[in-house]
Ligand binder design. Structure first.
Ligand code: PNS
Length: 159
């Protein structure tokens, strides 16, 4: 049984994340989406809200499970029995950060492999931060996130 973890902050999940998630799910028996509970980073949505939003968007994918995690990613992989970590790469600008994270994870546990999937070109500009900024100024986000997430973002910006 091959299990992979797709980790991230997902504050909130974008259509670019969702695309990587679906492609990764087709490559593994099970895909666990790991939502980081990051005390140092100010998130717009709580870990529970972020998990719920991803669950809503992936309910038709039978081999996908969404969980939040604290602490080291390699420990979370160990806990859920995953031997691979999935990361999406959008552009060269992602590379340095991703290599650093890969190197740290590899040092901590070389048995956990990191697999990079290239984002589709149409998502190469897309990030949670960009979506939040556009939503903040009332711009059009409907083709960047799922309808439920667009709704949640608009409501959060109002409040
Ligand atoms: O969506 P993000 O913010 O790019 O995801 C980053 C994430 C969650 C993959 C990364 O911050 C992470 O794995 N954090 C857990 C702590 C950890 O394991 N750190 C060691 C590797 S640098």
């Amino acid at each position: 049984m091959k299990i992979a973890v797709y980790p991230g902050s997902f504050d909130p999940m974008t259509n670019g994340h969702l695309d990587i998630l679906k492609r990764a799910a087709s490559l593994f028996d099970h895909l666990i989406v790991g939502v980081l509970v990051n005390q140092n980073k100010k998130c717009l949505f709580s870990p529970e809200e972020r998990v719920d939003m991803i669950n809503e968007a992936t309910h038709d994918l039978e081999n996908v499970r969404v969980m939040h995690f604290n602490g080291l990613l390699v420990d979370f992989c160990d806990k859920v029995g995953a031997t691979a970590v999935i990361r999406g790469l959008r552009a060269v600008s992602d590379y340095e950060y991703e290599v650093q994270m890969f190197a740290a994870n590899y040092k901590l546990n070389p048995k956990v492999e990191t697999i990079f999937l290239m984002s589709q070109p149409k998502y190469s500009f897309l990030s949670s931060s960009v979506v939040k900024e556009i939503a903040f100024y009332g711009g059009h986000i409907e083709d960047m996130v799922t309808p439920a997430i667009a709704e949640a973002l608009k409501n959060r910006m109002k409040g």
